[in-house]
Design a protein around this ligand. Structure first.
Ligand code: DC
Length: 220
């Protein structure tokens, strides 16, 4: 029987990368729940719907056709938005819409429905505490803001050939950390039964090895 695995932690802690690797190893599917909040932010910005109008955002979610494909591509109302939701504007927009109680309610419901039969690795902020409270394996990945900013700069350079302003990246990480962990509804928090892994001083390969060993051990 396939179980579900919960991975939580702050932005840019490497949750998605680890979830992808684990999913491949186990034959599971990775669901990036942050990308769902990003998709909502993308459409709200496009349709000029402000976060102060919670009802309008929820109404928009009810009408939108969001496909979270197992290969990681995201199709919103027929448009491939996979790359378009990775900008700084959408990162902050996602953090802003994720504060809204009824937005969370709608997305949590979708996430629980998608993963209902097991075989999923969900990564986000509230997976172990709200979405999959019964998940037999819960991980909480942390890293210092500096380590995460360093990785983001390296990743941007490798993937997009862009060198963004380091201080701006660090500031965005710290701002989102604060916002995501101080909001009223489902703030970022380690579940009591989650295993915490600090990857500040680990390379990507070391993080993958450490976490894979923990998961394989738990699955025995
Ligand atoms: O994981 P990410 O950086 O792509 O997430 C974008 C934003 O969405 C993040 O700043 C907070 C929000 N989020 C959330 O509130 N709950 C989740 N399960 C996932 C993301």
């Amino acid at each position: 029987m396939k179980i579900n695995i919960a991975i939580d932690g702050p932005s840019a802690a490497g949750k998605s990368t680890i979830a992808d690797v684990l999913a491949k190893k186990l034959g599971y599917t990775h669901l990036d729940t942050g990308a769902m909040y990003r998709s909502v932010a993308y459409k709200a910005i496009k349709d000029c719907i402000g976060v102060e109008d919670e009802n309008a955002v929820v109404e928009m979610i009810d009408k939108m056709d969001l496909q979270m494909n197992p290969d990681g591509t995201i199709i919103l109302d027929g448009e491939d938005i996979t790359g378009k939701i990775r900008t700084s504007e959408i990162s902050m927009g996602a953090s802003n819409v994720s504060k809204l109680k009824n937005v969370r309610k709608a997305l949590v419901k979708m996430q629980q429905k998608i993963s209902a039969n097991g075989g999923y690795i969900l990564d986000g902020r509230d997976i172990g505490t709200v979405v999959l409270t019964d998940a037999p394996i819960k991980l909480f990945m942390v890293a210092s803001a500096k380590a995460r900013a360093d990785r983001r700069v390296k990743q941007d350079l490798e993937e997009r050939g862009i060198v963004d302003d380091y201080d701006a990246i660090l500031e965005e990480i710290e701002k989102r950390d604060y916002q995501d962990s101080h909001r009223e509804n489902s703030p970022l928090r380690k579940a009591d039964d989650a295993i915490e892994i600090d990857t500040s001083d680990l390379t990507l390969e070391e993080s993958i090895e450490t976490i894979t060993n923990i998961v394989m051990d738990k699955m025995k």
